[in-house]
Write a protein that binds this ligand. Structure first.
Ligand code: 5IU
Length: 496
């Protein structure tokens, strides 16, 4: 099968020759199951329609050798040592090292607890070049981490050779970290070849393309002010560290708000769309159109005439595909036991729910009890203020609500409010009553613009309903609100 194996490290093949080698490599990777399509939960918690498992290459020595040979063709310098990022790239780098007679260094995952406590094994000279070898890159984070360690130890790292790029921003991130990247295969190439060979359908191609597009990681906040970055990233870091130390993250942190912050930064959006439609089909069609623009989709399941479990399944699929949270705006307000039973009805698909603080702390305890039932749990948004004219919420009720939220950050994500009710940066403010061209509706709704909601009222996210759902082109309108909301957010947080 792999009769002609190139191991000279020279650029000896013509481009069509290289193309056909690449095509057969992709077909082989799919055949052995190193490339899979379906539904896969990634480390990040996201569901991906494609999965690359190159760890299994070690069971296919000829293919492993071919991969090493093709990667070696990309290493142009001979004054370097190689370093494979553990573990998958280690055997690949080893083969490359042997065939090209280039030295290798091995990075440990954990420092030894005895002897020299070295993090990197091997011999090198101060300033010597090191080329990193990696199997798959998504954010490029592991390569950057490896490069930083090697640099600390005196090696010069400017280059990385990658077998497969998921095209989600790694090249950008690595370039910014001073590492130039050469990739052998991209996700687009994989899709093109497998589609051409009839191994996958065009709907699979579409699903993967959409996942890649909606899950870009480059420059997390490259155009984001340092204030938002500090606010959100401190939180994300705390979360990751707790996870690493396997500490319980239940006590003072809330997974849903971390996920929400992460989505906002990644998609650069602070838009929540209120999809107040009464037909399930209409809802799904609309969400498909606006999915790439939003951080949150807000629903009232109880206004939908034909809501079924299938609606929940389809909504979850869209949420995974586009990367947004589902928010059931139920406004729970009963005693704990009833609230627990009510929340059980939607905790399998929603990650956010509105709650009135008026029953007291028991209402939060009821939701907290359900936190473990969903993949990311259920987070509470307390109704601190309302947009409707003549509403009965008093300033002392607002204050009591805020106090309750600030004391229960393990279950409370933030507030629905018309002004900056809390100074606690861990809590997120969502502001409804936002429209670009109207002051109100024919009943009691009062509107402000996205810019005013963010700049004057302190919204972290704007909630927009009919401004988008009633537009002729909801996709285009969602983009317009997204831009208006995010630009205002950058402006505000840059000024703080
Ligand atoms: N909503 C408000 N105001 C509030 C609260 C909730 O408008 O104070 I609390 C909900 C109602 C609707 C959405 O689902 O937000 C706003 O939709 P329109 O943008 O279509 O008005």
């Amino acid at each position: 099968m792999y009769g002609t194996i190139l191991l000279t490290g020279k650029m000896s093949s013509t481009s069509s020759n290289t193309d056909s080698k690449m095509n057969s490599l992709i077909l082989e990777l799919e055949r052995i199951g190193a490339v899979k399509f379906g539904e896969f939960t990634l480390k990040s918690g996201l569901t991906s329609p494609v999965y690359f498992d190159l760890r299994i290459l070690v069971s296919f020595p000829k293919l492993l050798e071919e991969v090493a040979a093709l990667l070696l063709e990309k290493v142009t310098r001979r004054d370097c040592v190689l370093c494979g990022v553990p573990y998958t790239a280690l055997p690949i780098a080893t083969l490359m090292s042997v065939k090209a007679d280039l030295g290798m260094v091995v990075r440990r995952k954990e420092a030894k607890s005895y002897g020299t406590k070295k993090m990197v094994e091997g011999v090198w000279t101060e300033g010597q070049n090191c080329v990193i070898v990696e199997d798959v890159v998504t954010t490029g984070g592991s390569v950057i981490e490896t490069a930083n360690l090697l640099r600390k130890l005196g090696l010069t790292v400017t280059e990385c050779i990658v077998l497969l790029d998921r095209e989600q921003g790694a090249v950008d991130n690595l370039t910014k970290a001073g590492i130039s990247v050469i990739t052998l295969i991209s996700v687009s190439k994989v899709l093109e070849v497998l589609l051409g060979a009839g191994r996958i359908s065009s709907s699979t191609v579409e699903a993967v393309n959409s996942f890649v597009l909606n899950n870009q990681t480059q420059g997390l906040g490259a155009d984001t002010s340092s204030v938002i970055k500090t606010r959100f990233e401190t939180r994300l870091d705390t979360m990751k560290n707790a996870e690493k130390k396997q500490e319980s993250t239940e006590s003072d942190l809330n997974l849903v708000s971390t996920r929400l912050m992460e989505i906002m930064l990644r998609k650069r959006t602070n838009l929540c769309v209120a999809v107040d439609l009464t037909s399930a089909q209409d809802i799904l069609e609309l969400v498909e159109k606006i999915g790439s623009s939003v951080a949150v989709v807000k629903l009232h399941a109880d206004i939908v005439n034909d809501w079924t479990e299938q609606t929940e399944v389809e909504l979850k699929k869209l949420a995974d595909k586009f990367g947004f949270l589902l928010f059931e705006d139920r406004k729970l307000a009963d005693i704990g036991n009833t609230v627990r039973l009510q929340a059980l009805k939607f905790s399998s698909w929603a990650q956010l729910v509105t709650v009135h603080a008026l029953p007291g702390p028991g209402v939060l305890q009821a939701v907290r009890d359900l936190q473990k039932s969903g993949p990311a749990g259920l987070g509470v948004l307390l109704v601190a203020e309302m947009s409707s004219a003549g509403n009965l919420i008093s300033s002392s009720y607002t204050q009591e609500t805020v106090n309750l939220g600030e004391k229960n950050k393990n279950v409370v994500v933030g507030f629905i409010a018309q002004s900056r009710v809390s100074q606690d940066n861990d809590l997120i403010q969502l502001t409804p009553g936002v429209h670009l061209s109207q002051d109100g509706d024919e009943t009691d709704q009062r509107y402000v613009s996205p810019a005013d909601a963010v700049l004057k009222r302190g919204a972290d996210l704007i909630i927009v309903g009919r401004g988008i759902t009633g537009a002729e082109d909801p996709a285009e309108e969602a983009e317009r609100y997204k831009k208006a909301g995010w630009n205002a957010y950058l402006e505000r947080t840059g000024q703080v």
